[in-house]
Design a protein around this ligand. Structure first.
Ligand code: PGA
Length: 243
């Protein structure tokens, strides 16, 4: 299997205004001057892409969007296209986050269309998948995630245009995480269904305390970090754990 360099990505969600967002980005850029073994990515809200991108310039920390529309442009009030994200300096975009699947009703077909849009614009798509608590308890977590992958990942996926984020819905923002055995089993199942060399991030309540154990797993190629990405020292501690 080709070597997979770890990626630690911060998903700021709907947090941050210019002053604190730029301060956070500067603090991350400053820390990123130290040697580190992983790739780093920050996904701020769309309003902060420009100033955060400027604060990260030259640091090696990549910039990403949190969502995109499937169309390149048009009458879609409030939406942002992958081309616009690229134009704003992004190299990546998160698609199919469970908060969008749940609150915006996004389907696997929507996620697939957004992934194709990301590729059209030259972005790496980070496709999020993950089961709910009741699905885990019913013993169908791997079947659910396999279905999401089958419906969301387009033909043409490759290690350099796709990242998968396994994020159990019940672990996001709750302080709960699956057992190490469950993470290992799920990541191995996902790896068997996607092109060799494609990175799979674990996401859901990753913090400086649990990061080392999770990121040490050979099946885990990094983390998608929500709450803990809003503090530079916590985000950096997770990045160091990935090294
Ligand atoms: P969390 O969020 O780290 O706050 O659980 C992760 C995510 O939703 O990507």
């Amino acid at each position: 299997m080709p070597e997979r360099k770890a990626l630690v990505a911060g998903n700021w969600k709907m947090n941050g205004r210019r002053t604190d967002g730029v301060a956070l980005a500067r603090a991350i850029a400053e820390r990123a001057k130290a040697p580190h073994a992983c790739d780093l990515l920050v996904c701020p809200p769309a309003t902060l892409l420009r100033p955060v991108g400027e604060a990260l310039a030259g640091s090696g920390v990549a910039l990403g969007g949190q969502d995109c529309h499937a169309a390149a442009s048009g009458a879609f009030t409030g939406c942002i296209s992958a081309e616009m994200l690229h134009d704003a300096g992004c190299s990546h975009v998160i698609v199919g986050h469970s908060e969008r699947r749940q609150t915006c009703g996004e389907t696997d077909a929507d996620v697939q269309a957004k992934t194709l849009a990301a590729w059209r614009a030259g972005l790496v798509a980070i496709i999020c998948v993950g089961e709910t608590r009741s699905e885990r308890e019913a013993g169908i977590a791997i079947a659910v995630v396999s279905n999401q992958l089958a419906g969301s990942v387009p033909d043409g996926a490759a290690a350099d245009n796709l990242v998968i984020a396994y994020e159990p819905v019940w672990a996001i923002g709750t302080g709960l995480t699956p057992t190490i055995a469950d993470i290992t089993e799920m990541h191995a199942a996902i790896h068997s269904r996607i092109p060799a060399g494609t990175r799979i991030l674990y996401g859901g309540s990753v913090n400086p305390k649990n990061a080392a154990e999770i990121l040490a797993l050979p099946e885990v190629d990094g983390a998608l970090v929500g709450g803990a990405s809003l503090k530079a020292e916590d985000f950096w501690a997770i990045a160091e754990a990935a090294g």
